[in-house]
Write a protein that binds this ligand. Sequence first.
Ligand SMILES: [Zn+2]
Length: 308
Amino acid sequence: MTVYITSIIRLFSIQRLSGQSRSAILWNPEKELFTELYQYPEHLRHTLENLPGSSGVYIFYGDDKAFPLYIGKSVNIRSRVMSHFRNPAEAKLLHMTRDIEHIETIGEVGALLLESDLIKTRRPLFNKRLRTARKLCSIRLQGLTASIVFSDDVDFSHSEDLFGLFKTKMSAVEKIRDIADQEKLCYGALGLEKLSKNRACFRFSLGKCAGVCCGKETPEAHQARLRSALSTLKIRSWPYPGRIAIVEEANGQTDYHVINHWFYLGTVKTLEAARAFDIAVPHFDRDSYKILCRPLFETDSSKVILLD
Ligand SMILES: [Zn+2]
Protein backbone atom coordinates (compact mmCIF):
# COMPACT_ATOMS: atom_id res chain seq x y z
CA MET A 1 0.00 0.00 0.00
CA THR A 2 2.86 2.34 0.83
CA VAL A 3 4.38 1.66 -2.60
CA TYR A 4 1.07 2.46 -4.26
CA ILE A 5 0.60 5.80 -2.46
CA THR A 6 4.22 6.83 -3.15
CA SER A 7 3.72 6.07 -6.81
CA ILE A 8 0.50 8.04 -7.04
CA ILE A 9 2.32 11.04 -5.57
CA ARG A 10 5.11 10.53 -8.14
CA LEU A 11 2.54 10.35 -10.92
CA PHE A 12 1.10 13.75 -10.01
CA SER A 13 4.55 15.30 -9.57
CA ILE A 14 5.73 14.08 -12.95
CA GLN A 15 2.59 15.30 -14.71
CA ARG A 16 2.94 18.73 -13.15
CA LEU A 17 6.63 19.07 -13.97
CA SER A 18 6.81 17.60 -17.42
CA GLY A 19 4.61 20.11 -19.26
CA GLN A 20 4.11 19.13 -22.88
CA SER A 21 5.56 15.65 -22.69
CA ARG A 22 3.32 13.97 -20.17
CA SER A 23 4.52 10.87 -18.44
CA ALA A 24 2.31 8.23 -16.95
CA ILE A 25 2.95 5.49 -14.48
CA LEU A 26 1.00 2.34 -15.12
CA TRP A 27 0.19 -0.39 -12.65
CA ASN A 28 1.46 -3.71 -13.92
CA PRO A 29 -0.41 -6.31 -11.89
CA GLU A 30 1.67 -9.24 -13.15
CA LYS A 31 5.02 -7.92 -12.08
CA GLU A 32 3.52 -5.87 -9.25
CA LEU A 33 5.64 -3.00 -10.40
CA PHE A 34 4.89 0.48 -11.51
CA THR A 35 6.29 0.96 -14.98
CA GLU A 36 6.99 4.43 -16.20
CA LEU A 37 6.21 5.05 -19.84
CA TYR A 38 7.16 8.14 -21.70
CA GLN A 39 4.24 9.29 -23.74
CA TYR A 40 4.53 11.33 -26.88
CA PRO A 41 3.85 15.08 -26.71
CA GLU A 42 0.41 16.38 -27.67
CA HIS A 43 1.66 18.56 -30.52
CA LEU A 44 3.26 15.55 -32.25
CA ARG A 45 0.34 13.19 -31.77
CA HIS A 46 -1.17 13.76 -35.22
CA THR A 47 2.21 13.37 -37.00
CA LEU A 48 2.97 10.18 -35.13
CA GLU A 49 -0.38 8.64 -35.90
CA ASN A 50 0.25 9.16 -39.60
CA LEU A 51 3.72 7.61 -39.76
CA PRO A 52 3.86 4.51 -41.97
CA GLY A 53 4.91 1.07 -40.78
CA SER A 54 7.25 0.75 -43.75
CA SER A 55 10.99 1.25 -44.21
CA GLY A 56 12.52 4.66 -44.65
CA VAL A 57 14.11 7.64 -43.00
CA TYR A 58 12.66 10.05 -40.45
CA ILE A 59 13.79 13.56 -39.57
CA PHE A 60 13.12 15.35 -36.26
CA TYR A 61 12.89 19.13 -36.53
CA GLY A 62 12.93 21.84 -33.90
CA ASP A 63 11.75 25.38 -34.57
CA ASP A 64 14.00 25.81 -37.62
CA LYS A 65 13.49 23.37 -40.48
CA ALA A 66 16.84 24.32 -41.96
CA PHE A 67 18.63 22.50 -39.14
CA PRO A 68 17.32 19.03 -38.30
CA LEU A 69 17.73 17.73 -34.77
CA TYR A 70 18.01 14.06 -35.57
CA ILE A 71 17.87 11.74 -38.59
CA GLY A 72 17.24 8.02 -38.26
CA LYS A 73 16.21 5.04 -40.36
CA SER A 74 14.21 1.87 -39.85
CA VAL A 75 12.46 -0.95 -41.64
CA ASN A 76 9.41 0.26 -39.69
CA ILE A 77 9.41 4.06 -39.39
CA ARG A 78 6.43 4.21 -37.06
CA SER A 79 7.62 1.72 -34.46
CA ARG A 80 11.16 3.11 -34.52
CA VAL A 81 10.01 6.69 -33.98
CA MET A 82 7.73 5.55 -31.15
CA SER A 83 10.69 3.84 -29.50
CA HIS A 84 12.41 7.23 -29.17
CA PHE A 85 9.67 8.17 -26.75
CA ARG A 86 10.42 5.42 -24.28
CA ASN A 87 14.00 6.32 -23.51
CA PRO A 88 14.59 8.91 -20.77
CA ALA A 89 18.00 9.75 -22.28
CA GLU A 90 16.22 11.11 -25.35
CA ALA A 91 13.96 13.41 -23.35
CA LYS A 92 15.89 16.49 -24.48
CA LEU A 93 15.44 15.62 -28.16
CA LEU A 94 11.77 14.98 -27.53
CA HIS A 95 11.23 18.35 -25.85
CA MET A 96 12.88 20.21 -28.72
CA THR A 97 11.04 18.38 -31.51
CA ARG A 98 8.29 20.35 -33.22
CA ASP A 99 7.78 18.25 -36.33
CA ILE A 100 8.74 14.88 -37.77
CA GLU A 101 9.18 14.32 -41.50
CA HIS A 102 9.50 10.92 -43.09
CA ILE A 103 10.72 9.61 -46.45
CA GLU A 104 9.64 6.09 -47.37
CA THR A 105 12.03 3.73 -49.12
CA ILE A 106 11.38 0.41 -50.81
CA GLY A 107 13.81 -1.50 -48.65
CA GLU A 108 16.49 -1.46 -46.00
CA VAL A 109 19.47 -0.75 -48.29
CA GLY A 110 17.73 2.39 -49.59
CA ALA A 111 16.97 3.51 -46.03
CA LEU A 112 20.59 3.01 -44.91
CA LEU A 113 22.02 4.87 -47.91
CA LEU A 114 19.56 7.74 -47.61
CA GLU A 115 20.11 8.10 -43.86
CA SER A 116 23.88 8.19 -44.31
CA ASP A 117 23.60 10.72 -47.13
CA LEU A 118 21.20 13.01 -45.24
CA ILE A 119 23.29 12.95 -42.07
CA LYS A 120 26.33 14.06 -44.07
CA THR A 121 24.58 16.80 -46.00
CA ARG A 122 22.22 18.10 -43.31
CA ARG A 123 24.36 17.56 -40.21
CA PRO A 124 21.67 17.07 -37.56
CA LEU A 125 22.46 18.23 -34.05
CA PHE A 126 22.03 14.92 -32.24
CA ASN A 127 23.57 12.44 -34.70
CA LYS A 128 27.12 11.46 -33.97
CA ARG A 129 27.42 7.95 -35.39
CA LEU A 130 27.77 8.69 -39.11
CA ARG A 131 29.53 12.02 -38.89
CA THR A 132 32.92 10.74 -39.88
CA ALA A 133 35.98 12.65 -40.86
CA ARG A 134 36.56 12.59 -44.58
CA LYS A 135 40.21 11.75 -44.22
CA LEU A 136 40.64 8.15 -43.13
CA CYS A 137 43.66 5.99 -42.70
CA SER A 138 44.42 2.35 -43.21
CA ILE A 139 47.24 -0.16 -42.74
CA ARG A 140 49.00 -1.07 -45.98
CA LEU A 141 50.92 -4.34 -46.25
CA GLN A 142 53.34 -4.40 -49.17
CA GLY A 143 56.00 -7.09 -49.40
CA LEU A 144 57.52 -7.27 -45.96
CA THR A 145 56.58 -3.77 -44.91
CA ALA A 146 53.58 -2.35 -43.08
CA SER A 147 52.75 1.34 -43.28
CA ILE A 148 49.90 3.69 -42.49
CA VAL A 149 48.34 5.45 -45.48
CA PHE A 150 45.70 8.16 -45.80
CA SER A 151 42.62 8.31 -48.01
CA ASP A 152 43.68 11.60 -49.60
CA ASP A 153 46.94 10.03 -50.79
CA VAL A 154 45.77 6.54 -51.75
CA ASP A 155 42.55 5.50 -53.52
CA PHE A 156 41.02 3.12 -50.99
CA SER A 157 38.48 1.78 -53.50
CA HIS A 158 41.23 0.49 -55.84
CA SER A 159 43.95 -0.75 -53.50
CA GLU A 160 44.31 -4.47 -52.85
CA ASP A 161 46.63 -4.27 -49.87
CA LEU A 162 44.75 -2.18 -47.31
CA PHE A 163 43.49 -3.41 -43.95
CA GLY A 164 41.10 -1.59 -41.64
CA LEU A 165 39.52 1.86 -41.75
CA PHE A 166 40.61 4.21 -38.99
CA LYS A 167 39.63 7.76 -38.20
CA THR A 168 43.02 8.65 -36.78
CA LYS A 169 46.61 7.54 -37.26
CA MET A 170 46.75 6.87 -33.53
CA SER A 171 43.95 4.28 -33.71
CA ALA A 172 45.72 2.51 -36.63
CA VAL A 173 48.98 2.42 -34.65
CA GLU A 174 47.06 1.09 -31.64
CA LYS A 175 45.69 -1.73 -33.78
CA ILE A 176 49.17 -2.70 -35.00
CA ARG A 177 50.46 -2.62 -31.41
CA ASP A 178 47.60 -4.88 -30.19
CA ILE A 179 48.33 -7.41 -32.94
CA ALA A 180 52.07 -7.24 -32.20
CA ASP A 181 51.37 -8.04 -28.54
CA GLN A 182 49.07 -10.95 -29.40
CA GLU A 183 51.30 -12.39 -32.14
CA LYS A 184 54.74 -11.70 -30.62
CA LEU A 185 55.66 -9.41 -33.50
CA CYS A 186 58.58 -7.03 -33.28
CA TYR A 187 57.84 -3.33 -32.57
CA GLY A 188 61.15 -2.52 -34.28
CA ALA A 189 60.34 -4.39 -37.48
CA LEU A 190 56.91 -2.76 -37.53
CA GLY A 191 58.42 0.71 -37.25
CA LEU A 192 56.84 1.37 -33.86
CA GLU A 193 60.24 1.84 -32.22
CA LYS A 194 63.88 2.20 -33.27
CA LEU A 195 66.10 -0.86 -33.34
CA SER A 196 69.79 -0.77 -32.44
CA LYS A 197 71.98 -2.35 -35.10
CA ASN A 198 72.71 -6.05 -34.62
CA ARG A 199 70.82 -6.19 -31.36
CA ALA A 200 67.54 -7.80 -30.44
CA CYS A 201 64.78 -5.51 -29.28
CA PHE A 202 63.94 -5.11 -25.59
CA ARG A 203 60.68 -7.03 -25.94
CA PHE A 204 62.62 -10.06 -27.23
CA SER A 205 64.39 -10.32 -23.86
CA LEU A 206 60.94 -10.28 -22.20
CA GLY A 207 59.66 -13.06 -24.48
CA LYS A 208 57.20 -10.67 -26.14
CA CYS A 209 58.87 -10.62 -29.58
CA ALA A 210 59.53 -13.88 -31.44
CA GLY A 211 62.83 -12.47 -32.65
CA VAL A 212 62.62 -11.32 -36.25
CA CYS A 213 64.96 -8.55 -35.09
CA CYS A 214 67.72 -11.05 -34.22
CA GLY A 215 67.22 -13.78 -36.79
CA LYS A 216 65.13 -16.12 -34.62
CA GLU A 217 62.35 -16.03 -37.19
CA THR A 218 62.20 -14.99 -40.84
CA PRO A 219 60.69 -11.67 -41.96
CA GLU A 220 58.27 -13.75 -44.09
CA ALA A 221 56.94 -15.63 -41.05
CA HIS A 222 56.64 -12.33 -39.16
CA GLN A 223 54.69 -10.70 -42.00
CA ALA A 224 52.49 -13.77 -42.45
CA ARG A 225 51.30 -13.55 -38.83
CA LEU A 226 50.59 -9.84 -39.20
CA ARG A 227 48.68 -10.42 -42.46
CA SER A 228 46.68 -13.26 -40.96
CA ALA A 229 45.72 -11.19 -37.89
CA LEU A 230 44.62 -8.31 -40.14
CA SER A 231 42.81 -10.49 -42.69
CA THR A 232 39.29 -9.86 -41.39
CA LEU A 233 39.86 -6.09 -41.80
CA LYS A 234 40.85 -6.24 -45.46
CA ILE A 235 39.24 -3.47 -47.49
CA ARG A 236 37.59 -4.88 -50.56
CA SER A 237 38.53 -2.99 -53.67
CA TRP A 238 35.67 -2.08 -55.99
CA PRO A 239 34.91 -5.31 -57.87
CA TYR A 240 33.10 -3.80 -60.88
CA PRO A 241 34.33 -2.07 -64.06
CA GLY A 242 32.47 1.13 -63.18
CA ARG A 243 29.13 2.22 -61.82
CA ILE A 244 26.46 -0.22 -60.68
CA ALA A 245 22.79 -0.04 -59.75
CA ILE A 246 21.59 -2.12 -56.81
CA VAL A 247 17.98 -3.04 -57.49
CA GLU A 248 15.55 -3.11 -54.59
CA GLU A 249 11.99 -4.30 -55.23
CA ALA A 250 8.90 -4.52 -53.04
CA ASN A 251 5.15 -4.24 -53.50
CA GLY A 252 5.42 -3.76 -57.25
CA GLN A 253 7.88 -0.87 -56.92
CA THR A 254 11.55 -0.69 -57.88
CA ASP A 255 14.42 1.49 -56.70
CA TYR A 256 17.81 1.70 -58.38
CA HIS A 257 20.59 2.77 -56.00
CA VAL A 258 23.45 4.08 -58.12
CA ILE A 259 26.93 3.43 -56.71
CA ASN A 260 30.38 4.20 -58.04
CA HIS A 261 33.51 2.96 -56.25
CA TRP A 262 31.65 2.63 -52.95
CA PHE A 263 30.22 6.12 -53.30
CA TYR A 264 26.44 6.48 -53.24
CA LEU A 265 25.31 8.77 -56.08
CA GLY A 266 21.57 8.57 -55.48
CA THR A 267 18.38 6.54 -55.92
CA VAL A 268 16.17 6.68 -59.01
CA LYS A 269 13.10 4.89 -60.33
CA THR A 270 14.26 3.82 -63.79
CA LEU A 271 17.32 2.21 -65.31
CA GLU A 272 17.56 5.08 -67.82
CA ALA A 273 17.80 7.58 -64.99
CA ALA A 274 20.39 5.36 -63.29
CA ARG A 275 22.53 5.36 -66.47
CA ALA A 276 22.25 9.14 -66.65
CA PHE A 277 23.87 9.54 -63.21
CA ASP A 278 27.49 10.22 -63.95
CA ILE A 279 29.25 12.43 -61.47
CA ALA A 280 32.83 12.18 -60.34
CA VAL A 281 33.39 10.33 -57.07
CA PRO A 282 34.68 12.93 -54.64
CA HIS A 283 36.30 10.63 -52.08
CA PHE A 284 36.20 7.17 -50.57
CA ASP A 285 33.07 6.94 -48.45
CA ARG A 286 33.45 4.81 -45.35
CA ASP A 287 29.75 4.74 -44.49
CA SER A 288 28.61 3.69 -47.97
CA TYR A 289 31.37 1.09 -48.02
CA LYS A 290 30.17 -0.41 -44.74
CA ILE A 291 26.50 -0.31 -45.78
CA LEU A 292 27.17 -1.87 -49.19
CA CYS A 293 29.56 -4.67 -48.23
CA ARG A 294 26.72 -6.78 -46.84
CA PRO A 295 24.28 -6.59 -49.78
CA LEU A 296 27.07 -6.96 -52.34
CA PHE A 297 29.15 -9.70 -50.77
CA GLU A 298 27.32 -11.37 -47.91
CA THR A 299 23.83 -11.90 -49.29
CA ASP A 300 22.90 -13.62 -52.53
CA SER A 301 19.62 -11.82 -52.90
CA SER A 302 20.90 -8.44 -54.10
CA LYS A 303 20.42 -7.76 -57.77
CA VAL A 304 23.19 -5.71 -59.31
CA ILE A 305 23.14 -4.14 -62.78
CA LEU A 306 26.39 -2.93 -64.32
CA LEU A 307 25.96 0.56 -65.74
CA ASP A 308 29.35 0.91 -67.47
ZN1 LIG B 1 62.04 -7.65 -31.81
